[in-house]
Design a protein. Structure first.
Length: 108
């Protein structure tokens, strides 16, 4: 994580707070230094840009990492449904694999 990169992304966000890619990039950068802030931006993406498919994988993983298992499961399931409905095969496969891994870890 580069503080310069994060600062630049936050400036982009100030200029255009409705750009989902900028929100996604900020959430991803914060994963390295502040999980709560990362989660805030992923949740913002999920609520304001529910069609931004990449969010579901990373938000689901973060929820699981933070012990928020119900939210993780719900996020993975929504992402799987959305990717299937939109015909995004790669995202669908990745989400299914992440969800199976999540379920396997929960059983252990």
């Amino acid at each position: 994580m580069s503080q310069n990169r994060l600062d630049q992304l936050l400036r982009y966000y100030e200029e255009d707070p409705n750009d989902p890619f900028t929100l996604y990039a900020i959430a991803t950068e914060y994963r390295f230094i502040d999980l709560e802030k990362s989660l805030f931006y992923y949740q913002k993406l999920l609520s304001e840009h529910p069609d931004y498919i990449g969010t579901y994988y990373h938000a689901g993983k973060l929820y699981a990492e933070m012990g928020l298992f119900d939210q993780a499961e719900e996020t993975f399931q929504k992402g799987i449904e959305l990717s299937k409905a939109r015909g995004e095969r790669n995202a669908h496969r990745e989400l299914q694999a992440a969800y199976r891994e999540f379920l396997d870890e929960r059983e252990e």
